[in-house]
Design a protein. Structure first.
Lengths: 374, 376, 376, 374
């Protein structure tokens, strides 16, 4: 039975550190884990937690998102009531537009938010990857009667972790919470993972106040700046979550899922991860192929060598080709005797015979969509 | 809603008992095939790719796996308003309940369903065969030749013709006689059990056949011969390409081995004629450091820590460390324990082969597992 | 996909022969009701509004109208991935084919279907009743009272109690006895045929009941008494509100007349608990210059050129010029010809009342039309 | 079986003469005929003609359109391949935007147009109401091998028709067609009803050329200005079509459908008209109500008098109220003894007891959405 909780995924995300993969697509539809897009994880987590009504705050590059989500059937969100709704910035020819931030998109859709049937909302982003059951957090949020519950991850020995620099940390002082940036000075701290459970009435009030004031253009900052006005608490999420804000985080997260124990958690723990169906046939391993410690999607033909890599659907790896420590997106062709190491190769790329491409584990070499290297 | 010119009726009620444990708990059309499909996916995908949007599926034997698989028809884009795919089991009327007594009787009992769509033609199909066919071309041939009935035929080797239902034709492919398993075949055109009928004509013959106490109510034995006897124009539509009735454990295994030939005629990698199936929402497959795979097909959710040769691993099947799987088929969610050795073995879905178990002599085919529920 | 805590099973196999021509060609749950609905819409909408997403419908008698009506379940938002509404007819297994022998047997034969969803509770419903009920509240009551079984009951007048299955209860609504149509009723709480069972318990009793050669395999006669005999905790859940079994032509007509009372308890205008049904894609209704309507319900697609009083006109029914329709029910696509006069008449769907025909004496109820296919 | 024709409905429509009804919605979702929106007719015409893949060129006011169409189930367009696709203007934060016209929307979606699987397109608008079977026109278009087929209506005695002023007329001179504006000087002429059958290749070429030239902002004008470059012919549509560009045309078209013969054509001729389902109960006629020559939707309670009017779903007309020559949109309440004549009353309006509102048949009185007159 469904839950009294409306999902809102805010895609007004910063993309400047992952620009290589977000030229033609929003961060939400960056391919991940061999057959998924980033947003699949958050959508599936919500659906598996019983949330059957989800709104997406959409900023730009609509085409990729529409293409991926379609009528929402793959997530069982093609519903008569509730289901998936995309909230676009609504532009009047006579207004002065493309204002900065996501608040203008929220403003364009105030009628939608006001009409929501649920009493609580879960506001998240698409770029935190995990397999999360939101129900325990929701139950505690309701039981405690919180206005806002901030979901957090507890970090120990965090001073060494450069991957956490610049992320949101939450602290309690004199009874009120504040959220700021991690500059690497603290060792033990709580990370805010940009997931907020809120009473719908509180969400609407914050949104209305922010629009009336007309200063703050970002929804997240609007909430953070008002934490002291409300009954706020935190909830510590106890499962692994991979934040993806940069190309390095993306690359590291990808290699993390080559660990079968991590994969078991990510793909199955609280429910499956749903994505757009492609109807790809089996993957054919030719005699002479050699594949180790790799995740391979359907529809591929593997004739060469693959190691520590992730291969998406409908990729062809030719005879004698070698792919190591790399990520190859769908419909790409790696011709015979080509040799790749530490590369991220986007969709519809053609790598010619014998070509050698070497990136670095710290800064992988990204080959952009549709490129042809002959 | 537009009325459909063509309604397809898929016969999917058969048990297929020669498939032994594969069909103890599920109907033959729901049997897993080719690593990620079920047998009926081929016929259903042919309908979808041929632009046929009204499809009735006649079920009778153990339909739960089939029902769950087909659901609302989403994978084939057959979740249609006022049409799409409809499951048609036997039912009770004021005269009491009747099981389907034969292929023709199954259609007879669903005349009302077909009439709902007011079709010009009815396409009778079997849910048991592995092939790709554009039914539009067959219907166009039927129209062009002004036939009353068109039967799809395939050339078989003369020496095997006596195992099939053979259609004897004149030079212009007009059928004048149907010969069921003839001792001395006059022709080598075998019926594929695929028919296009003008619906008005078929309805008439179904009603007459229903009244005939001597009839077995079968298309091949009763309806086709009777229509020929009455002098209607019946055409043979020649099909060439891959076509298999995987009715026995041997032919089932062989058809799988055909798929390992990269140039096999079924051409599953053809993007223009995809075979659709229910998606199981599992991740890509994983091959570990110790895993080794050669000349094999793998699917989503598989995990390989051992060795796999000349085999087909269906969705979410697992080969543990040290296990060696050769010339074998693992059905979905099958698991081969550590150190087990399999040759020419079919492991039923959800069955677990124990650690160090040795199965198969490499000669005859071994079936591992008592029965296959067919439900994933 | 989440496993559902509650699976609902709707018994929809009955003929309902006391509805005469209304059910000659269609099952009772598919009979038209209330101008735009079918009887089963009430139970299905209750499921949808109660947030139950896994619903099995047990069919047996003339299911085509029901199948076509339910389709993929879109009107009730029950076209769900890995759940939603599923039609469950009888089927064949290796032991041969078996028709459902009783209400309990119908559930027994579909244990595999229920197990697929791994539910905690199974809700047994009838597809025959007109009512609105939030099953969530009943399940919550079942949980709170730690019952093994909960039976929904309604208070009936003492003098009518002997016509019902009566549940005898202690002060705290614990049931200690089931009395089928008692001559001297000890209580006036009638069973509504709605049960919540802990699934594990029910499954056990269904299996035992199946082995019992003496059983009629019915919930009321066999399962409930046996569970009581074994001393399990069975609670009575008191329902108050509109509830009708429209099992006879008289009660069917009366329930329609109830709807003409603007304060009727069924409250169809309540936006918070809508009754959903298949949409027929027809325009608003039209009343001509000469048309006159009073104290009546009209629906989409109707056209009124004559006079309509105290009547219900179902979707796309037509009253031609000069015709007078009083205290009557027109089912969908019924047509009353010019100058015809109808009193207390039910016109079956697609039936045409001839020009100047006079039907009904205003005393007993007249059924116009030989049978209702139930298909629109 | 489906047809080799892609539908494209261009919603970049001029709304200046029907502004009263298009404040909160695009022209496409203006309510019409008691339970429909304007776009329902074109969508249904296409679906009934076997078109199973339809793109909507969407300019603004997305919310109303998304709300109405949802996943597209009501038109059977929630398809895995094909189905309904909305093409939004795609705005990059760093581009200078909301350019005039519909060509920028087309430009944002060039990848979509290029990926279409059909060989021909049918380009239309949403504001021509009819029950049209496009198949005969399509068959002739293909048979003749036209690059462009312009659908037309033949007008006789047109000089008197002020309702046709300003509409597109098409003429052939020296073997080439030209399309201009009707100024009322001709008596017999062919109206272009803004429906074009085109080879997809021709459509793409015109679009590409127009974007490269960078001058013409309107798709229709781009096509018209290039007619002489292609093999063009006309096809005369032989069914009635109601153009709706102005509030007067809207009002007149509404009254036209009170003719049962016209209604029979419009709602049934070549297939039904599909719309969003509302699950409204029966309409109750109380004793004492009097309704004549009116179209009434479901879910209403009628206690008063209604004449020559169209009443949408879930309207309540109180005891003693009189509604004549008016159109009342859904969820509106006309209280007892109120008296309306020549009015168009939008959604969620409350008219108080005894209020009198009188418009004129030439210029109906429009009461805007949500108004309360007490």
């Amino acid at each position: 039975m469904s839950i009294n909780l409306q999902g809102i995924i805010n895609l007004g995300e910063r993309e400047e550190y992952i620009r290589e993969l977000t030229m033609n697509r929003p961060l939400a539809t960056v391919p991940f884990a061999g057959r998924y897009r980033l947003i699949d994880f958050m959508l599936s987590n919500m659906v598996n937690s019983g949330i059957d009504s989800i709104s997406l705050i959409v900023k730009n590059k609509f085409h990729s998102l529409n293409d991926h989500i379609g009528p929402g059937k793959d997530w069982d969100l093609d519903r008569k009531t509730g289901g998936l709704r995309m909230l676009y910035p609504d532009l009047e020819p006579d207004s002065n537009l493309i204002s900065i931030g996501d608040i203008p998109i929220v403003r364009s859709n105030l009628a939608h938010f006001a009409s929501l049937k649920k009493d609580h909302i879960l506001l998240t982003r698409s770029n935190y990857i995990g397999n999360i059951d939101f129900r325990p957090a929701y139950e505690e949020h309701v039981k405690k009667g919180n206005d806002i519950t901030v979901l957090t991850r507890r970090i120990r020995q965090g001073r060494m972790r450069i991957d956490l620099l610049g992320m949101d940390i939450i602290q309690k002082r004199n009874g009120t919470y504040s959220i700021g940036r991690n500059l690497g000075n603290q060792n033990n701290f709580d990370l805010s993972i940009e997931m907020f459970l809120m009473k719908k009435s509180v969400f609407l009030r914050i949104v209305h106040e922010t629009i009336e004031e007309g200063v703050e253009p970002y929804l997240k900052k609007a909430i953070i700046s008002r934490l002291s006005d409300y009954k706020v608490d935190t909830y510590t999420v106890d499962v692994d979550i991979l934040p993806i804000h940069s190309i390095q985080q993306y690359y590291n997260a990808s290699l993390t899922i080559l660990d079968p124990i991590y994969a078991q958690y990510l793909f199955y723990k609280n429910g499956k991860i749903y994505t757009k169906v492609k109807d790809a046939p089996s993957t054919l391993y030719a005699t002479g192929s050699e594949v180790n410690n790799s995740l391979i999607a359907n529809g591929c033909v593997i004739e060469g060598t693959v190691e520590n890599s992730i291969i998406f659907r409908d990729v062809h790896i030719g005879r004698g080709a070698v792919v190591r420590n790399s990520i190859v997106f769908q419909d790409t062709q790696i011709s015979s005797r080509a040799n790749m190491n530490y590369c991220i190769i986007d969709k519809f790329v053609h790598i010619g015979s014998g070509k050698v491409l070497m990136g670095d584990g710290g800064l992988p070499y990204v080959i952009s969509k549709g490129a042809s290297i002959r | 809603m537009i009325h459909s010119k063509v309604v397809a009726m898929i016969l999917a009620g058969g048990q297929g008992s020669r498939l032994k444990n594969l069909t103890r708990k599920t109907a033959k059309p729901a049997v897993h095939f080719g690593g990620k499909y079920r047998i009926i996916d081929f016929t259903l995908s042919n309908c979808a790719n041929s632009g046929i949007h009204s499809v009735g599926i006649l079920t009778q034997y153990q339909p739960l796996a089939l029902n769950t698989h087909i659901g609302t028809g989403v994978p084939w884009d057959l979740d249609r308003k006022g049409g799409g795919v409809e499951i048609l089991p036997p039912y009770m009327s004021t005269e009491g309940g009747r099981w389907y007594a034969g292929t023709a009787n199954a259609i007879f009992e669903n005349i009302d369903y077909i009439d709902l769509h007011q079709p010009e033609y009815v396409l009778i199909l079997s849910g048991d065969h592995i092939y790709k066919m554009d039914y539009r071309k067959m219907v166009a041939f039927h129209q062009k030749t002004k036939a009353d009935v068109t039967v799809s035929v395939i050339e078989v080797p003369w020496e095997e013709a006596s195992r099939f239902g053979i259609l004897n034709t004149k030079d212009d492919d007009v059928i004048y006689e149907f010969d069921e398993k003839p001792a001395n075949p006059k022709n080598n055109l075998a019926s594929m059990g695929i028919y296009v009928f003008n619906w008005k004509l078929l309805r008439r013959y179904l009603r007459e056949d229903h009244k005939n106490k001597e009839s077995t109510h079968d298309f091949g034995s009763d309806i086709i011969p009777e229509i020929l006897r009455q002098g209607h124009r019946m055409m043979a539509y020649r099909f060439s390409g891959y076509w298999r009735d995987v009715g026995t454990v041997d032919s089932y295994w062989e058809a799988h081995m055909d798929l390992l030939d990269p140039n096999n005629e079924l051409r599953l990698y053809d993007d223009e004629w995809k075979i659709f199936t229910k998606n199981l929402d599992v991740p890509p497959h994983y091959i570990s450091d110790a895993g080794h795979v050669e000349n094999s097909l793998l699917n989503e959710g598989c995990e390989v820590y051992g060795t796999v040769k000349n085999s087909i691993l269906s969705t979410s099947s697992v080969v543990e460390e040290g296990a060696v799987v050769t010339d074998s088929i693992l059905l979905p969610y099958a698991r081969v324990g550590k150190g087990a050795v399999l040759k020419k073995t079919i492991v039923l879905s959800h069955h677990k082969v124990q650690e160090d178990e040795v199965l198969g002599d490499g000669e005859t085919i071994t079936l591992a597992g008592a029965y296959d529920m067919g439900i994933l």
